[in-house]
Design a protein around this ligand. Structure first.
Ligand code: RB5
Length: 149
């Protein structure tokens, strides 16, 4: 585990239950779950939740972020607008491993209407246990950074 063991969790109104399951799952592995809500099922704007989570990761306050909305797509788009964020939507464990290994992703997004809880927890595990491979991938990740304003 890295020195910073904080993972920010965020979602829109679709994600409350799965977010709580992820929080318990990662806490059992020694991670600190920084859950920034929402705490009710009242309609919530995913761009605000994605941005807030992205800022906590980009600032270094949290090592990783796991974010959820209905499809995982909208909140991912918002998070990726924060400088320094590399977030991918995953609905399978292979992609979750690869966005860490090749893309050095620092955030994972999932669709609550796409994946069930069991698969979502496996995807989280695949993401958190994979390591960035560096080398030729580091140069490409740096190229992504040059696209940021
Ligand atoms: C909200 O209904 C829905 O649009 C949102 O959860 C997400 O799927 C957007 O990408």
């Amino acid at each position: 585990m890295t020195a910073n063991n904080r993972i920010v969790l965020s979602s829109d109104h679709h994600g409350l239950q799965l977010r709580q399951a992820i929080a318990a799952h990662i806490a059992a592995q020694g991670w600190v779950a920084v859950d920034i809500g929402p705490t009710t099922r009242e309609s919530t704007d995913y761009p605000r939740q994605g941005e807030a989570a992205g800022r906590l990761v980009a600032s270094g306050d949290c090592r990783f972020g796991v974010i959820l909305c209905g499809t995982g797509q909208g909140i991912m788009m918002a998070a990726n607008k924060v400088k320094g964020i590399r977030c991918g939507v995953c609905a399978d464990t292979f992609s979750a491993r690869m966005i860490r290994r090749h893309n050095d992703a620092n955030m994972l997004s999932m669709g609550v209407r796409v994946v069930g809880e069991g698969l979502a927890l496996d995807i989280v595990d695949a993401f958190l246990t994979a390591r960035f491979e560096g080398g030729r991938h580091a140069a490409r990740v740096a190229m992504i950074g040059t696209l940021e304003g």
